[in-house]
Design a protein around this ligand. Structure first.
Ligand SMILES: [Zn+2]
Length: 565
């Protein structure tokens, strides 16, 4: 600049008290008084000069009335005789060890706009964050698009105050993903945006002055209290050109499907998934399922069969099961003198090529609840989490240990007699091939979820007759019985209350009252059906049996209020 008297922000030092700086306010916020949050302690700013050097600036409350009106975000100012303070906070909003303070001798004037950038972003690549190559006490700027998100939730902070939280996955142009946690007003801003702009395609965001943490091998970012700026799909150059790049990538032949994601998809929290959105079932009900679906069961792993292989080889590129083949190895002279084990992938993408294979878990577990036992398959992702090691590591341990010749890991014992809430998936494959080993798509031991499910079970059991257990054991595998058909029977009589309404009212005394009603109703029904029951079990004709069991089941539907979702 022609004006020799103006200093750049990185030239300021504590010895010189008559500096003049020309800056733009790129961020402005009010710092509340810790002891009295409704009072202002100071007005704080991030200032940037024309070379994009930045500094944190602060005006104590007593000086505020004099100068407050001069501070407008994005506008430029001339500041004469500022003083420099030391920054004590562990978290550095900007890369500058000093804080610019306003004292009695400090003079502030608005000035002409000097051009240049309005925000001065300095983006950090996801790569550096994921590899933990960035200091955790300095703010970062990131740009990316929202790939997935969870619904905003209410949380109680450590100090007992209430706040909002929202978790998202943000993705960059190279398909790298990082977790972003937004708190308070930032969570609200994001939630509001997503709920009011439903057909917007990509949601590109910039988080400026964000907070980076790396913990347990996981990188994540979040907002800081005040200084963070969150820009969502705004019409600024950085966001517009990022969107253009996304569109280009989506058009590139061979572009992976995840580049084609446009609209961010909402994920259900475990709480919503296990307690609200997915139907709860007893194991005894599972045999009657005739359509592909997911449901929740609450049970205990009782047994892991030793004679079933607990791992398989998967294709490294497509994750599908591979077939072992013998490949002839060529000796140096070109003759085939040896064979070695290889793997062939027959998945459409890999087209029968010999591929690299990795070992993955596929553990058959027998799960029991109060109504029966179910065969479930614990796949790699969930098994790895529970056992805290990969299938490969576990197999190597066993092979080197040389103890268990049938390759059955001791580690599995710690799963037995453990209770979980399982989200189980029944696929068309299960149904069409009568394949009764169902996939566990998720499982949890979250105490809140287990406790809620336990309540559900207790409620059912209290309104249930002991004969239920006898019947569940003698369910015939007769295809003519379709329990679905009887599902339409629900409690709609005058003297009963549907459970769904009970749940929403959550009045305990109403619940108690309804239990009594249901039990009374049950007594009446048991008397009515006593004859049929005796008849049903005394005959061997399957038709009569199925008819009777059908009625029996109808009775259950009357006794057990159907839980509506
Ligand atoms: Zn493959």
């Amino acid at each position: 600049m022609a004006d020799q008297n103006i200093s750049m922000l990185n030239q300021l030092n504590v010895y010189k008290t008559d500096s003049v700086v020309r800056v733009r306010i790129i961020r402005l916020w009010r710092q509340a008084d810790n002891e009295n949050p409704s009072e202002t302690y100071s007005i704080d700013m991030i200032l940037m000069d024309e070379q994009e050097n930045k500094i944190h600036a602060s005006v104590l409350k007593k000086f505020c009335p004099k100068v407050e009106g001069l501070f407008v975000e994005k506008e430029c100012m001339l500041i004469k005789n500022p003083t420099l303070g030391k920054i004590y906070s562990k978290f550095m909003s900007v890369d500058n060890p000093h804080k610019l303070n306003f004292a009695y001798a400090t003079k502030v004037n608005k000035c002409e706009d000097f051009g240049g950038h309005l925000y001065g972003f300095k983006f950090t690549s996801f790569d550096l964050l994921l590899q933990n190559l960035v200091p955790q006490n300095q703010s970062i700027d990131v740009i990316g698009f929202v790939a997935t998100y969870y619904k905003m939730e209410d949380v109680t902070k450590k100090d007992g105050t209430q706040s909002k939280r929202m978790c998202l996955q943000v993705q960059d142009l190279e398909q790298r993903k990082i977790t972003l946690t937004l708190w308070g007003t930032y969570a609200q801003q994001m939630s509001d945006y997503l709920s009011t702009n439903e057909d917007d395609g990509h949601v590109v965001i910039i988080l400026q002055f964000g907070f980076f943490t790396y913990y347990n091998g996981r990188a994540s970012i979040s907002n800081s209290y005040n200084v963070t700026r969150l820009l969502i799909n705004e019409e600024i150059d950085e966001i517009l050109s990022f969107k253009k790049m996304l569109d280009l990538l989506a058009c590139t032949p061979g572009a992976s499907s995840s580049n084609g994601i446009s609209r961010p998809s909402m994920l259900l929290s475990f709480h919503d998934d296990f307690l609200i959105s997915t139907e709860f079932k007893h194991i005894a009900e599972v045999d009657g399922i005739r359509e592909a679906m997911s449901f929740i069961i609450f049970g205990t792993i009782k047994f892991i069969p030793r004679d079933v292989k607990w791992y398989y080889h998967a294709c490294k590129s497509c994750n599908k099961k591979v077939t072992p083949v013998m490949i002839s190895k060529q000796a140096l002279d070109g003759s085939c003198d040896d064979e070695e084990q290889g793997y062939e992938c027959n998945n459409s993408g890999c087209q029968g090529k010999v591929v690299e294979a990795v070992l993955r878990y596929k553990i058959l577990v027998k799960v029991q609840d109060s109504t029966g036992v179910l065969d479930l398959v614990l796949w790699d992702r969930e098994a790895k989490k529970l056992l805290m090691k990969s299938a490969n590591v576990l197999l190597e341990e066993i092979l080197s240990g040389d103890i268990d010749m049938d390759l059955f890991p001791e580690d599995f014992k710690k799963l037995v007699d453990k209770s979980f809430a399982f989200k189980v998936q029944i696929t068309d494959y299960n149904l069409n091939h009568d394949y009764k080993f169902y996939t566990i798509s998720k499982l949890t031991q979250d105490p809140t979820i287990l406790c809620e499910l336990q309540k559900k079970l207790n409620f059912d059991q209290n309104t249930n007759s002991d004969s239920m257990h006898g019947i569940s054991q003698s369910f015939p595998s007769d295809d003519t019985i379709n329990f679905k058909d009887t599902d339409v029977v629900s409690m709609s009589g005058d003297n009963t209350t549907p459970l769904s309404r009970l749940e929403s009212s959550t009045g305990n005394n109403i619940l108690e009252k309804s239990k009594t009603t249901a039990i009374n109703l049950k007594r009446n029904l048991v008397e009515v059906y006593d004859d049929d029951e005796a008849q049903g079990y005394s005959t061997n004709k399957s038709r009569t049996t199925s008819k009777t069991i059908g009625k029996e089941n109808e009775k259950h539907n009357l006794i057990i209020p159907k839980i509506e979702k």
